[in-house]
Design a protein around this ligand. Structure first.
Ligand SMILES: C[S@@+](CC[C@H](N)C(=O)[O-])C[C@H]1O[C@@H](n2cnc3c(N)ncnc32)[C@H](O)[C@@H]1O
Length: 392
C-alpha cells in the first residue's frame, strides 16, 4: 500500500525548507519530512548500521550524514535549518535528577539544546515514549523553554497515536513541537477508531499487508552484499523484498502458534493445549494477553517494538488463521518486511545491517506517515505565515 496517498496534499512551495535530524536512526522521521517536501541538511546518528540505512535512502553521496556521538559534533559544523527533529533517548530518570547540573543523564539533552541553538530553527519536533511527560528529561526541557536556553520557543506537548494519522498500528508517542512563532498546535488527526465526517477509519492490516505473499523467503542469511561506509563493512543495502524472510521455528513453537486465533494469545494455548505451555507460563497464569498473540486482519497492529520477531515478546503472529482450513493458516511471526510496512516505510526503502540491527531500526522509528503529518503541519506554518521577526 502507498500510505503517502492518504496524506493531505497542500499546494505551497516548500522545496527550500530544510531539516536537521538528531538521533536519526534509520530515518523514519526524515522520510516523513522528505515526503512533505523538506530537504535534509544534517543527520546525526552514532549507530553505524542505522546511519548506513539513513545514508542509503537520503544521502548516498554522504554529504550530510554524520555517524558520530552527538557530543563530538562541533557547533561550528551545524548548519542553519528551518526545523530540527528527533529526540534524545529517554532514560526516564526521576525529576530529581535535573537538580544536578552535572548528572550525566542530562548530557544528551544539553547536546540537543546546543544543536537547536546553533541551527536556530523556527520549529523543533521531539518524539519520545508516552511516559516521557512524567520524566526528568521533560522537566529539563520545560525548564530550558521557560527561562533557559530555549526561552525563544513556546512548546506544545501531546501524546499522539500513529493510527490516528493513517498508520496501520496503534503506537502512542509523546510529541513536543517547539516554535518561535507563538504557541504551536498539533496536526488534526485524519483517522479514528470509527469513521466520522472528518476522519477515515483506522487503516487495517488487511489494507496494509495486501499484496505481501503469505509465504516468506527461507530463514537463511541475508544476501551477501555489503558496503564500506564509515570506515567499516556494513551488510546491505537490502530491499524490502529481501527482508521478507521467515525464522526457523521449532515444531513445538509451530504447534503452539497453530492453536492461537486472531486476537488470542498465550491464554488460548493454556485452554486448548496446556501440554504445550512452557513451565514458566504454567506457573504464572496471569500477565499480558499480548504474549504470543496473533494479530487481526480488520484492526491496526499493536506497537511494533525492536523485538517484533520474537512471539514471546508480544502480539506478532501473522493475522492469517482459519481454523477450518489449516492450509490457510500462517504459523509464523511477521517478517521484517511486514513490520517495516506496518511502520509505513515505503516499498522502495533500503535497509543496512544485521537482521537484529535492522529490526531495532524498524522498531525504534517514528512511522513516516505520522512524521509527514507533523511536517505538513509545520510547513503550512512556515510557508503560510510571516515570521515573527519580520512582522514585528
Ligand atoms: C529512537 S531512535 C531514533 C529513531 C528515529 N527518529 C526514526 O524515526 O527512525 C534513537 C537513536 O538515537 C541514537 N543515539 C543514541 N545516543 C546517541 C548519541 N549520543 N549520539 C548520536 N546518536 C545517538 C541511537 O543509536 C538510536 O538510533
Amino acid at each position: 500500500m502507498d500510505f503517502r496517498q492518504t496524506a493531505m496534499v497542500i499546494d505551497v512551495p516548500r522545496q527550500d525548507l530544510t531539516v536537521i535530524d538528531l538521533f536519526a536512526g534509520c530515518g523514519g522521521m526524515t522520510q516523513g519530512f522528505v515526503d512533505a517536501g523538506f530537504t535534509p541538511v544534517m543527520a546525526i546518528e552514532m549507530n553505524p548500521h542505522a546511519a548506513a540505512t539513513y545514508a542509503a535512502n537520503f544521502d548516498p553521496d554522504l554529504t550530510h550524514t554524520l555517524c558520530a556521538d552527538i557530543s563530538e559534533v562541533a557547533t561550528a559544523d551545524i548548519p542553519a535549518a528551518d526545523v530540527v527533529i528527533g529526540g534524545p533517548p529517554c532514560q526516564g530518570f526521576s525529576a530529581l535528577g535535573r537538580q544536578k547540573k552535572d548528572d550525566p543523564r542530562n548530557k544528551l539533552w544539553m547536546e540537543y539544546v546546543r544543536v537547536v541553538r546553533a541551527a536556530q530553527p523556527e520549529f523543533f519536533v521531539l518524539e519520545n515514549v508516552d511516559r516521557f511527560m512524567a520524566s526528568g528529561e521533560f522537566e529539563l526541557l520545560s525548564h530550558e523553554v521557560d527561562k533557559g536556553l530555549l526561552k525563544d520557543y513556546e512548546i506544545r506537548t501531546a501524546v499522539l497515536n500513529a493510527a490516528d494519522y493513517g498508520a496501520p498500528q496503534r503506537r502512542k508517542r509523546t510529541i513536543v513541537i517547539g516554535s518561535r512563532r507563538g504557541q504551536p498546535t498539533m496536526p488534526n488527526p485524519t483517522h479514528g477508531r470509527k469513521a466520522t465526517l472528518d476522519r477515515a477509519p483506522w487503516t487495517t492490516l488487511a489494507t496494509a499487508l495486501d499484496g505481501i505473499p503469505f509465504r516468506a523467503r527461507s530463514s537463511g542469511p541475508l544476501p551477501s552484499n555489503d558496503m564500506n561506509i564509515f570506515d567499516q563493512k556494513i551488510a546491505g543495502p537490502f530491499t524490502m523484498e529481501e527482508l521478507h524472510f521467515g525464522r526457523n521455528a521449532t515444531q513445538l513453537s509451530r504447534d503452539r502458534y497453530e492453536v492461537i486465533p486472531p486476537g488470542g494469545g498465550r491464554f488460548d494455548l493454556g485452554r486448548e493445549r496446556p501440554d504445550l505451555l512452557p513451565p514458566c507460563w504454567r506457573n504464572k497464569p496471569t500477565g499480558t494477553s499480548d504474549v504470543m498473540g496473533r494479530l487481526e486482519w480488520d484492526k491496526p497492529s499493536v506497537t511494533i517494538r525492536t523485538e517484533f520477531f520474537k512471539p514471546e515478546k508480544g502480539r506478532y503472529l501473522h493475522p492469517q488463521w482459519e481454523q477450518a482450513r489449516r492450509s490457510e493458516q500462517v504459523n509464523r511471526v511477521i517478517t521484517h518486511r511486514e513490520a517495516a510496512t506496518i511502520q509505513t516505510f515505503p516499498d522502495h526503502f533500503l535497509w543496512c545491517g544485521t537482521k537484529t540491527e535492522i529490526a531495532r531500526q524498524i522498531g525504534n522509528a517514528v512511522p513516516p506517515v505520522l512524521a509527514r503529518a507533523l511536517a505538513e503541519h509545520i510547513a503550512n506554518e512556515l510557508v503560510g505565515t510571516i515570521p515573527k521577526s519580520l512582522s514585528a
